[in-house]
Design a protein around this ligand. Sequence first.
Ligand SMILES: C[S@@+](CC[C@H](N)C(=O)[O-])C[C@H]1O[C@@H](n2cnc3c(N)ncnc32)[C@H](O)[C@@H]1O
Length: 322
Amino acid sequence: MDESAWKKIQKLRQSYLNANGDLPDYWQDDELLKAYDETLAMRIRWKWRAVLDALPLPLTDLPNIIVDWGCGTGGATREVLSQASQPEHFKKVIFMDRSSRAVKFATRKTSEEFPFIKYGIKVDDEPFLLLISHVFSELPEAELKKLLPLLHKASALIWVESGRPLESRRLSALREGLRSTHSFLAPCPHQGLCGMLVPEQLENWCHFKAPVPKEVHHSAFWRECSKQLGFDLRSLPVAYLFAVHHPLKTDNDGDHVRVLAGSRKLKGYTRYHGCKTSGVFEAEFMKRYSKQIYESLAEPGLHSIYRAKDLSPKEPDDANSL
Ligand SMILES: C[S@@+](CC[C@H](N)C(=O)[O-])C[C@H]1O[C@@H](n2cnc3c(N)ncnc32)[C@H](O)[C@@H]1O
């Protein structure tokens, strides 16, 4: 990337960091879209990769029409198509963004990589998978309100956000509004009130750590990117929600615990934050019960779902204990 592109993307990143829930349309040219697609969007795609990898359903079980709202360069859609075992399962994509330049860019990039995809402009009555990604930092409540009918209509939706407190807590609040129409398949281990919305959890937020692909750590481009944009390439916090329209029998029936980011591994035990039907809690798991669970609780990742009884063993697990 040349100096002018770095300058543009630095300015955009700064405006994201300073945005207070609102930003005017900033896609002034294709050079900026391209620079975004190669840098910030890639980092977002690594979050999508982790989220999609942890979904409790194969992507091919989801509706074959994708609606990508606030699509930007279409990175979320391309990540879904790249991760699907059979990308041809998906027939049509509807890119939506207040910037027609962004929609054009997303369409061009997607058709280069996935030539079999057709494009639409309007959502009709066919079932669709709604993708939303990294819009909260620039979406005022009034704009979010306008989006609600589309959310309620979605047969399935995957919303991925930065794992920062503000965005994560907005996602928790949004989940409340969706309870009338949707079931939550991930990361929530239950269908009740989000445990982060009770007064005792005001300082806390639901988030996870997505892995950064290994090759990134050996890449001169990403080293430069990290320098130019001030990225931390070790840490990729993410908040997300995967929901499907009722009725659907879910097996997250309250017997499971989702372990959130923020564990601490201490001598002989791991202190972790869990979410279950009765709410969010902090607990300790003794190494002597199971070394394997003690280790995995320390680095929970996005597959961090446990049976409640495995986290409260009565007796040490002889096979795994020291
Ligand atoms: C940070 S970018 C994220 C782009 C893409 N979803 C991704 O994850 O890479 C936010 C996008 O939301 C779009 N956007 C912001 N407010 C919007 C609105 N009210 N209606 C439609 N699109 C909006 C912006 O134009 C921009 O493309």
